[in-house]
Design a binder for this molecule. Sequence first.
Ligand SMILES: C[S@@+](CC[C@H](N)C(=O)[O-])C[C@H]1O[C@@H](n2cnc3c(N)ncnc32)[C@H](O)[C@@H]1O
Length: 337
Amino acid sequence: MPSSAAIKLLDLIQSHRITAVIYVAAKLGIAELLRDGPRSLDQLARATGTHYDALGRLLTALSTVGICARSVPGGYSLTELGLALDGSADQSFKAWAIFEGEMLSKSWSGMLETIVTGKTAAQLQGFDNSFELMSRSPENIGIFNAAMVDLTRLVTPDVLRAFDFSQISHLMDVGGGSGELIGAITRQYPRIRGTVFDLPRCKATAQEYLQRVGVSDRAQFVAGNFFETIPSFADAIILKSVIHDWDDEHSSVILRNCHHALPKDGTLLLVERMMPETPTTSEVDKAHAMSDLNMLRGPGGLERSEHQYRLLLEQSGFCQTSLRSAGRFSVIEARAN
Ligand SMILES: C[S@@+](CC[C@H](N)C(=O)[O-])C[C@H]1O[C@@H](n2cnc3c(N)ncnc32)[C@H](O)[C@@H]1O
């Protein structure tokens, strides 16, 4: 093996260090401290209550990753990449950095067990699924929900560009979490009514969010369990990053409950990653494959190809009518037979 290949491999092996460095920066609020301009190491150490030399070494590492830059002697400023680590940025990934550092990294350290047994982390600990395991720790629910908001906020403009929602009167976001997607759609389409359907634990955050973005007169939160029943008051249902959480058996139950809830010819929209039939080494394919393993270790689902989604929809009473690209995600449109 040529040495450059071996070095590339070593860099890949050590890439968890980058996750850790970004996580520490997120927890310390480095991006927020640099929001208004460069700061000296001394100022940053005092503001974060950290060890001067140790923080200097962290900032050096962050500058090699491209998150901050040495500006004036002994000073640091934020780069374009680092801006997204500021919790108040439009497209922030701060909450995801904390989710990755506090929950996913720990979970992924047990990936070998999952590959050997085919079981999720939750199953290996005697729980039905990761959502049940998460319910034991309210703090983890908060970390997870905030991270999902980061990801959904990034993909929402792509979804709004990809699909014309104007023919829909009432859209229900099943597994809609904190209401990010319904908030954005109802704001863009002032005549649409919206419902976020999710577990009771998402109620307070979703209601507060719908109120904050000024759509609470048209958008509501309804608590329930999508494996039991989904209320029937919408002519269209959207599910983003929900079906990929579950294996075909569980997914079919959710989709059949959506089918029961919809009128005949009602619209079903899935916003998911599309797994290519033959993944390459491209960044997008890598992200899809890693997400697939994340589903395997986490909730027990998978990233599916278009063909797999088409079959799953057919088995659940739907007929796929279109597939549109939305950034790294796709929007599948289907009709209830
Ligand atoms: C991966 S998150 C996706 C959240 C949101 N759709 C988004 O993309 O930001 C999956 C969602 O499914 C919800 N969920 C899990 N099990 C559920 C159940 N049995 N009934 C209703 N919602 C459930 C979770 O609370 C969570 O909000």
